[in-house]
Design a binder for this molecule. Structure first.
Ligand SMILES: [Zn+2]
Length: 139
């Protein structure tokens, strides 16, 4: 049985929407959407993409980056001395590459064991929080 035969058998009795335009692919005989013309293929994917793991790490990093970035710019515009802004600037220097690395390494994050994932989540929340507390204490 060819890939096209498997595709035809799969869509023969199902209202599967085209992933591009949403058109129903029921009873389709070609592996191409008749509505939008996109080529189609039958594949295997994760039943649960585990995006929650990525979000648990990414949210504190992006929040830290936003907090540090906005307040640094505001402080610089208001004429604050750079040493007063050190916690915020260091927060930006910590969170920007970490958030970028989290995006690049999201597949590895998804495959971490529970202990490794818990350690990474703890670091993602604790380190930005420490810089924010340092900044709050110095104001
Ligand atoms: Zn389509």
């Amino acid at each position: 049985m060819s890939d096209l035969d498997h595709f035809r058998a799969f869509v023969a009795d199902r209202d599967v929407p085209c992933p591009s335009c949403g058109y129903s692919l029921r009873d389709l005989t070609e592996a191409r959407c008749p509505e939008c013309g996109e080529p189609l293929t039958l594949g295997v994917t994760l039943s649960e993409p585990h995006i929650g793991r990525f979000i648990a790490i990414w949210i504190p990093l992006i929040a830290g980056l936003g907090f540090g970035g906005v307040l640094s710019l505001w402080g610089l515009a208001a004429g604050a001395a750079p040493d007063e802004l050190a916690p915020l600037l260091l927060l930006v220097l910590l969170t920007a590459p970490s958030a970028f690395a989290a995006v690049k390494q999201r597949r590895r994050i998804r495959r971490l064991d529970t202990q490794g994932f818990a350690s990474l989540v703890a670091m993602a929340w604790i380190l930005p929080t420490l810089f924010v507390l340092w900044f709050m204490a110095s104001v």
